[in-house]
Write a protein that binds this ligand. Structure first.
Ligand code: ASP
Ligand code: MG
Length: 445
């Protein structure tokens, strides 16, 4: 038996920790300035036997900035260079605060990356579809962040290798929402593991590569999912998502004055929360971890000594803390057959066919004998097409400017408090979940 892979201990095969990986994910806020990157280094410097894959997002609000630059670049009548220059200044400013003496080799590599970005932005919008152009340009946020962060960490003597995620994350070519080719991705990650001698591997979140060689992205906030993919393929011991909040909270602190940390929930509960619109973890993150029972922790970046939220197979604590999820800009559409017939299975099939064809996702569905109500995200671009599809056979009513509130593990007192001052247009409850579609009283829609 080869020592190093596993060791026999009291009759049991035990995994040797020196060969196991943990995966850490640092989002934009954790690399938003030099102080944050220094804090990241402190976290990585904690003694540990395990090896690490570190997944890093674009710095601060860089992805939003790149979206705006691309918009300007594709608009013939506007000039993208001032926004492009501002992005450059932002990154170079972080470098100037991070390094005492300007690291010339880093600067020349950054210059090279910016030149490539400029080239992509200069491509005529007529010769490349928007989604493809988006992935070829917005992906530069992650490339810049990882170049700077890895340079700093190596200079600080961490045993670390920068790996381009596009050497591992193989996807289809569905730009902006690429799907992972799992067999190819896991093969590539296994090869990477075998060929890397450094203790830590640093790579980009959010980006991958299609078999046609083009860069792809996994959808906004997709770096959590990247971390889960690496963990799944490496059979990692755990994933830690480092956040600028103390853990998973039971409501968005921007919307609720009092929030509570959730200490422990199951994968299934986390999937439910993400499904109803909780944005703290990317919805695709949980499944790859659940399939291999890899624990996920959400830990405070600013206060790493705080105990993290733990997400694993154990459902015993799911109902300890009720969770509140608000979705804004909702629209409630009600349709009923013009011939006053029942909302039959065939009517329902037809109605859902229309939503499906227009790629409109139903956030909540309620059917009665003669009508169907569906709550959707407001989408002015598709509304006309939607109304047109229904008008011949159905009477259609709709309200816009609504909120959808979901409470998991509710009680009546919480429900009354959360809907105070609101008119409830639709309510749906199961034993565990209560949902209101509501508007602020006095608002006209
Ligand atoms: N930088 C990307 C975004 O902001 C991916 C991520 O942060 O997870 O959407
Ligand atoms: Mg980001």
């Amino acid at each position: 038996m080869t020592l190093g892979k596993c060791i026999t201990f009291a009759g049991q095969i035990k995994k040797n920790h020196a060969t196991m990986f943990k995966v850490f994910k640092f989002g934009g806020a954790s690399v938003k300035d030099a102080a944050a990157i220094k804090n990241l280094k402190k976290i990585l410097s904690k003694p540990s036997d395990e090896r690490l894959v570190i997944v890093v997002s674009a710095m601060g609000k860089t992805t939003n900035a790149l979206e705006k630059i691309l918009e300007a670049a594709r608009n013939h009548s506007s000039d993208f260079t001032p926004l492009f220059d501002a992005l450059k200044v932002f990154h170079y400013h972080i470098c100037s605060e991070l390094f005492e003496t300007p690291p010339l080799s880093l600067f020349s590599q950054l210059e090279d990356i910016f030149q490539k970005l400029y080239f992509q932005l200069s491509i005529s919008p007529d010769s490349i579809p928007y989604d493809e152009h988006y992935d070829q340009t917005v992906s530069f946020g992650e490339l810049l962040a990882t170049k700077i962060v890895s340079h700093y960490l190596i200079q600080e003597n961490l045993s670390l290798k920068l790996v381009d995620a596009r050497a591992c994350l193989i996807t289809d070519n569905c730009y902006r929402a690429a799907s992972i080719n799992w067999p190819q991705t896991c093969d590539a990650i296994s090869t990477l593991k075998e060929q890397t001698t450094e203790k830590m591997i640093l790579t980009q979140g959010f980006i991958g590569i299609a078999n046609n060689g083009r860069t792809t992205t996994l959808g906004r906030e997709g770096s959590d999912f990247s971390a889960a993919i690496f963990a799944h393929c490496l059979n990692a011991s755990e994933v830690v998502i480092w956040k600028d909040v103390p853990g998973l909270l039971n409501g968005d602190p921007k919307r609720f004055s009092v929030t509570q940390k959730i200490d422990h929930i199951s994968y299934s509960e986390a999937i439910e929360l993400a499904f109803y619109g909780a944005t703290v973890i990317h919805p695709k993150t949980i499944k790859p971890l659940q399939n291999k029972s890899i624990p996920l922790k959400v830990q405070s970046f600013n206060d790493p000594e705080l105990s993290p939220t733990l997400i694993d197979n154990n459902p015993d604590y799911d109902n300890v803390v009720p969770s509140f999820i608000i979705k804004d800009n909702q629209m409630l559409i009600s349709i009923s057959p013009r011939d006053f017939s029942f909302m039959s299975e065939s009517n329902l099939q037809e109605a859902f066919g229309i939503f499906h064809n227009l790629r409109i996702h139903a956030n909540l569905i309620q059917a009665s004998a003669i009508s169907l109500s569906i709550c959707i995200d407001e989408n002015p671009d598709r509304l006309e097409a939607l109304l047109k599809s229904f008008r011949d056979k159905y009477a259609v009513k709709y309200n816009s400017g609504l909120e959808m509130l979901t409470i998991r593990h509710y009680n009546e007192k919480l429900a009354a408090e959360a809907s105070k001052g609101r008119e409830i247009l639709l309510e749906q409850r199961s034993r565990i979940t209560l949902q209101f579609v509501m508007k602020t009283i006095g608002e006209t829609t």
